[in-house]
Every structure is written in structure tokens, then in C-alpha cells.
Design a protein around this ligand. Structure first.
Ligand SMILES: *[C@@H]1O[C@H](CO)[C@@H](O)[C@H](O)[C@H]1NC(C)=O
Ligand SMILES: *[C@@H]1O[C@H](CO)[C@@H](O)[C@H](O)[C@H]1NC(C)=O
Length: 445
């Protein structure tokens, strides 16, 4: 739903009319301005950053990086991963059938592939260039052995790439894959997209924020049970533009929906919960606004029981709105135990000033990629007894953007874009916009 007052001037020419979202256009303009200023200042210049050796976190520092309970294990610059624009964005991981771990590292001009060796070190293996032009936005998710890559680049569509192609590559001769002959498939049924949502349990990809799809930027559904031949069984456009989503087979407390395919959609100014079991007739169960809503961006279920959800709003810190008025990164807590009546029960505030971007939960810890304050790991296990969020504690961090440390952090679109915390080895990969990809190890209990 789009009901909130738009406080900022929209620049609607930036997105195709079919995906027109004034809020999105505003947000994109803010970011493009910030990144243009950075580029002007030489932030993305070649050799701007030095290579880094493994550095443990000692007395709050790992080299130039402020930290707590997180060691720097390995690092590769964007220029070391074949990027000529040297700017990063999203990241996701893949584990082979024999347990080798790899990541797809998003960059504005393509996707770099790295292996995470058993000691956590990163090795660059090759890259898949963008399908059309470069764009600040590239997003990837993995189902099975395949990575699905979308971008805001015009006419980009979806690249479907078999990660098994990485198994026999040698780091001494990294390979640049072909965007035609090396793809398992290229899906062109939508043009640009903002995010790619993957639901491995149903073999479904939901491209969101897509233009030229006739889906109003909602859930553009793709059945990828055969990755070589994706088919689109439907679209959810009722709530308009969806920025990101998490989809699950529901096994939470609301027994009316047990076994249904439920998506939690982050819809710019509301949390929308939808039942997408029927692809041709998806239904919206609830659409909920909250105090502080500025740009409802992303979130993740906080617990295996599916009672609580963590939600990040991307603009509240910069616009000093609601609980985020002090610009400390604000995470909203939602009791989703009733899918038709979710309740916002409180917030958690980081000690650091920064904007939040993406967070993923693993074993009671939320790994947050919070732009200028880097990786923030928070323990959310207290939610089952205290839904206000007062019991949430930061248990570790790695600040990959030292430039703003002297002023105590800033609410800007600089620093990290996303994090992948799901490797069995425990190595956490953090993709920074400016520098490159970090392999990190959480050393807390
Ligand atoms: C995807 O397509 C396959 C093959 O047609 C079908 O068996 C499966 O039920 C579809 N999945 C969904 C979630 O619709
Ligand atoms: C969930 O909320 C609905 C209102 O949408 C209400 O009718 C229903 O009784 C609630 N269920 C429970 C278990 O509280």
C-alpha cells in the first residue's frame, strides 16, 4: 500500500512508468547524488584502497577498521575481482555438493565469483559481466546450483548461471564468462528489476521492482524448477511496488495458514503479508503501516517459530523520522504471530549512527549490513520473552567504512551494501560499495 505522505520531491523520470514509484524514484535520486559526489572525490579510483592481510580484532581494531568480536580473515578489492567500475552492491553464497563454498559478488558492471577456502581466504575465479549496461543496482540469489541475477540496468532481465561452472576454474587464470553461451538461460520477460527474491522450498524466484513487466513493480513470479526454462505463473500487483521480500512455507503460530506459501513484502511504506500459494490468485492478508515509516526496505523473520520479524527502514535515519530521529540505526520489531494482524511491538537502536540496508538472521543472530557502520551482529533471542526489543544486544561488529568514524558515523549511502552469513564454515562475507569483499569471522559465543 502507498498511503504515507511523500515528503521529498519525486524525480519520476528515473524509472519506467510501468514501475513508477515516487518513493523509489526519490530514494534512487538521493543515492545516485551521493555516489556521484563520491566518484567525483575519487572514492572509486583504481588503487584507492590497499590489499589487506588477515588481521584479528584486538582492542577494538583490526587494522584501520573498528571492530568487536569480528576478525578480518581475507579481503579482495573490487579491482582484484575484474571490475572496471570498482563499485559493489549485493552478495549471495553457494555451497557445492562436496561442501566447497563460493560467493557471487555484485558489482555495478557484473558479478564476480570467489571461493571461500577452508581457512576463510578468498580466491577470485572469474566473472559474469552485466547483460546490458552498468547499474548501481545488481541483486542475486541462489536456488540449488544456480544463481539468479537481476539489475536495474535497462533490459537486463534475469541471468541464470550454473555455479558448478566454477568447480574446475583456476585462480591463476580467472575466466570472464559469456553472457550468451555461458548462461543456462536468460529470461527477458521483465526488463530491469530492483531485487531478486528466492524461495528455494518452492523453486520460485520473485523479481521485485521490475519495470516493463506489467506487474507494477510487485512480485513478478518465475517458476525455476527447470532453470533452463523459467516460466511465469503469475504476478502480485495489488500492493504496488515491492522493494524486497522474504517468502516461506508457513509453519508459525497462525494455524489458519500452516503449509501455505507466505511472503512478507517490504512495500515502501507498509509491511504487506501475502499468501502466494495460488500463483494465479495471490491474496493480501494484511498491509500494515507504522510510526516512522519513510522507506520500508527489507527485513527477515527473527525466529524459527515465525513469531517475530525484523524490519529495516532505509530513509528514517537520514530524514530523522519517528524513532530514528537521533539517526542511530533503527530496527523495527513486528509480532507476526497473527498474519492478518501484525503488531509493531518496539524498536532496537544500534549504538552507531548509520542507515540500515540488508539483514539476515541465522541462529538467533541478525547480521545487519548497515552502510557506514558496516556489519553489525545483534542477538535477538530475547524477543520471545520481551517483544519490545529492549533485550536485544549487539554482540559483534566490523566497521568497513572508517571514513566516517571521526564524526561518530553518518546517515549516508556509503559503506556496506549486503552480507551473506549462511556458510556452514561460519565465514561471513560482507560486500562493501567502495572497497571490495571481506571474509569475516565472528568470534563471540
Ligand atoms: C513449477 O513448475 C513445475 C513443472 O511444471 C510444477 O510441477 C510445479 O508445481 C510448479 N511450481 C509451482 C510453485 O507452481
Ligand atoms: C487475528 O486477527 C484477526 C483480525 O485480522 C482476528 O479476527 C483473529 O481473531 C486473530 N486471531 C487470533 C488467533 O488472535
Amino acid at each position: 500500500m502507498k498511503t504515507a505522505t511523500v515528503l521529498l520531491t519525486a524525480v519520476s523520470a528515473l524509472v519506467p512508468a510501468s514501475a513508477a514509484s515516487e518513493l523509489m524514484s526519490t530514494l534512487k535520486r538521493l543515492k545516485l547524488d551521493a555516489w556521484a559526489a563520491q566518484s567525483e572525490a575519487g572514492i572509486f579510483d583504481i588503487d584507492r584502497y590497499a590489499a589487506q592481510a588477515a588481521t584479528p580484532c584486538v582492542n577494538g581494531k583490526a587494522g584501520e577498521y573498528a571492530c568487536n568480536n569480528v576478525d578480518l580473515v581475507s579481503f579482495l578489492r573490487h579491482q582484484d575481482m575484474g571490475s572496471s567500475t570498482r563499485r559493489g552492491n549485493d552478495i549471495w553464497g553457494w555451497t557445492s555438493s562436496t561442501g566447497r563454498e563460493f560467493a557471487a559478488v555484485g558489482q555495478t558492471d557484473g558479478t564476480a565469483f570467489v571461493e571461500v577456502k577452508s581457512d576463510g581466504s578468498l580466491v577470485y575465479l572469474g566473472r559474469l559481466p552485466t547483460q546490458t549496461t552498468s547499474s548501481s543496482w545488481r541483486d542475486m540469489k541462489v536456488i540449488g546450483d544456480y544463481v539468479y541475477i537481476g539489475s536495474e540496468a535497462s533490459r537486463h532481465g534475469l541471468q541464470i548461471f550454473d555455479m558448478k561452472k566454477l568447480l574446475n576454474l583456476s585462480p591463476s587464470s580467472p575466466k570472464t564468462f559469456s553472457t550468451t553461451s555461458d548462461l543456462t538461460a536468460h529470461y527477458s520477460g521483465f526488463g530491469n528489476s530492483h531485487n531478486i527474491v528466492a524461495h528455494p522450498e518452492t523453486n520460485m524466484i520473485y523479481a521485485v521492482g521490475s519495470g516493463a513487466s506489467g506487474c507494477r513493480g510487485g512480485l513478478f513470479m518465475l517458476n525455476v524448477s527447470n532453470p533452463a526454462r523459467p516460466t511465469s505463473p503469475g504476478c502480485l500487483s495489488a500492493g504496488g511496488y515491492v522493494h524486497d521480500a522474504q517468502c516461506v512455507i508457513y509453519r508459525g503460530p497462525d494455524t489458519r495458514y500452516t503449509g501455505r506459501e507466505i511472503c512478507f513484502n517490504f512495500n515502501e511504506d507498509t509491511l504487506d503479508i501475502v499468501d502466494v500459494t495460488s500463483k494465479s490468485r495471490p491474496t493480501t492478508l494484511s498491509s500494515t503501516a507504522y510510526n516512522g515509516a519513510s522507506y520500508t526496505h527489507q527485513g527477515w523473520l527473527a525466529d524459527e517459530e515465525m513469531r517475530f520479524l525484523l524490519l529495516d527502514d532505509e530513509l528514517d535515519e537520514q530524514t530523522r523520522t519517528g524513532p530514528a530521529a537521533n539517526q542511530r540505526t533503527t530496527t523495527y520489531i513486528v509480532d507476526v504471530s497473527n498474519l492478518t494482524k501484525p503488531v509493531f511491538t518496539g524498536t532496537y537502536q544500534s549504538p552507531a549512527k548509520a542507515i540500515d540496508h540488508n539483514q539476515y538472521v541465522k541462529d538467533g543472530l541478525s547480521y545487519q549490513a548497515n552502510y557506514g557502520s558496516g556489519l553489525r551482529i545483534i542477538d535477538v533471542r530475547s524477543l520471545s520473552t520481551d517483544p519490545t526489543g529492549k533485550g536485544i544486544k549487539e554482540v559483534g561488529f566490523f566497521d568497513c567504512y572508517p571514513e566516517d568514524d571521526s564524526v561518530g558515523g553518518i546517515a549516508e549511502f556509503t559503506g556496506t551494501w549486503s552480507v551473506y552469513p549462511y556458510f556452514k564454515s561460519g565465514y561471513v562475507l560482507l560486500n562493501s560499495i567502495e572497497r571490495g569483499v571481506f571474509s569475516l569471522r565472528y568470534t563471540g559465543s
